[in-house]
Design a binder for this molecule. Structure first.
Ligand code: SF4
Length: 417
């Protein structure tokens, strides 16, 4: 099979991994000839300094000895297979890089022979790029579950980011759909990466010349909707991963039905809005000071599809409002629906030299329909009279439209919730 045919199979197979922020859009405009968003090859990711980089996103191979039921590459699937040699991946990366198509590589793989062998092949690519070709671009390597600690340590020396996919939110979900994968093995690898990063950081602080180790941190992916675990289970796992392993990002990926799927899997993908709401809830936990039990609880284990999670919280906690924009602390303003982190900072700056008025919010392009029932500002705010209305939820509901994955990624990036 020639290199292009392999590229077609292995770049397409990589699209199911959501760990690159903007990959995997579901459709391209009808009849377009330029600007395809589907299928293969180049995705975008964000470096620690906030730069967006284009990455060649491929699998080394889509052969796999595991039988994860949600995955098109599982051993029992009849999908067309292909395998690159490490040298071919190195050459492709260099070719794309020299033509200025990409700034780095995102490399994952099905498991062949065993976890260690597969991990060695991925490391081989990264090491060759760095050592033999002096490649300074961004490298994101997927670590293989159950690979030896020494291999993960070596991977971190060549890669900017490592990811260990948790795949499903609970241990029983894994047992049901990916019996070869064990949660303690996955979280064990995450904790090893975290420890190694901590050691290197403290060596550096102490003035030693320690090597770089996955400087862009680690991320993971969780598939949503392959089992009936509610959003509460998904967000609790995410919160645990952020807390215990200091992950940079958890990516939520709506389950996409695959050909000849097992009867235990749903026949339909969950609504994309669910994935979008999970990204919004994730931002509330990371940047808005919410803890997971404020966003979901056992009485309401799923996020509302009608309202974003901050609005849903505000509607349940009217006693917290109105928030006075001229006196309230940052933490309280962060809880006002429709005011994102950047606007909170702008409001706090502005109020050092003037009283905040409703007109100022309009200038900041705050969505007044969402915000005005919940804030006190200088001067008259007619929206405030709605705070106690029983039908406030309906009034503040934004018009439903079908989302694309780009919406989810955009919201995840701006954090405007
Ligand atoms: S180990 Fe990865 S590639 Fe293999 S079947 Fe499971 S999810 Fe798919």
């Amino acid at each position: 099979m020639d290199r292009n045919a392999k590229l077609e199979i292995l770049a397409d197979a990589a699209k199911y991994d959501a760990s690159c922020a903007s990959s995997g859009a579901k459709s391209t405009r009808k009849d377009s000839r330029l600007g395809s968003t589907e299928g293969m090859g180049i995705c975008h990711s964000y470096t620690p300094d906030g730069r967006c980089v284009s990455l060649l996103k491929i699998l080394l191979t889509n052969y796999c000895i595991y039988d994860c039921q949600y995955c098109v590459n599982r051993v029992t699937s009849d999908t067309p297979r292909a395998r690159f040699t490490p040298q071919e991946v190195v050459q492709l990366t260099l070719d794309f890089y020299r033509r200025n198509y990409i700034e780095g590589l995102f490399l994952s793989s099905g498991i062949i022979v065993n976890s260690d062998y597969t991990m060695e092949q991925l490391i081989h690519v990264a090491r060759t790029l760095r050592e033999e070709h002096g490649f300074g671009g961004y490298i994101h390597l997927k670590t293989i579950p159950a690979a030896a600690d020494e291999l993960i340590e070596e991977a971190g020396l060549w890669a900017d980011r490592l990811s260990v996919n948790i795949e499903l939110p609970t241990e029983s979900d894994l047992k049901k759909l990916a019996p070869e994968k064990k949660k303690p093995t996955i979280t064990g690898a995450m904790s090893h990466i975290r420890q190694r990063r901590d050691e290197i950081q403290s060596d550096r602080k102490a003035g030693f010349k320690a090597p770089r180790f996955a400087p862009a941190g680690q991320s993971t992916q969780m598939i949503v909707g392959a089992t009936d675990t509610p959003d509460a289970g998904i967000l609790r796992t995410a919160s645990e991963l952020y807390g215990d392993h200091r992950l940079r990002r958890v990516y939520y990926s709506a389950f996409s039905p695959i050909p000849h799927a097992d009867a235990r899997l749903p026949g339909l993908a969950p609504p994309l809005m669910r994935e979008h709401r999970l990204y919004q809830a994730d931002w509330l936990m990371r940047f808005y000071g919410f803890n997971v039990d404020e966003i979901v609880d056992d009485a309401q284990p799923d996020l509302s599809l009608e309202h974003d999670p901050k609005m849903a919280w505000a509607l349940r906690h009217r006693e917290f409002f109105p928030v006075d924009l001229n006196t309230a602390p940052r933490e309280a303003i962060l809880r006002v629906p429709g005011i994102g982190t950047r606007n909170v900072t702008r409001i706090l700056k502005m109020r050092r030299w003037k009283r905040i008025r409703i007109e100022d919010l309009k200038k900041l392009r705050v969505v007044m329909k969402k915000t005005s029932p919940f804030v006190l500002a200088d001067g008259h705010n007619p929206g405030l009279k709605d705070l106690e209305r029983l039908d406030l939820g309906r009034k503040v509901q934004t018009k439903h439209r079908q989302l694309t994955l780009f919406d989810a990624a955009g919201s995840a990036l701006t954090g405007e919730v």
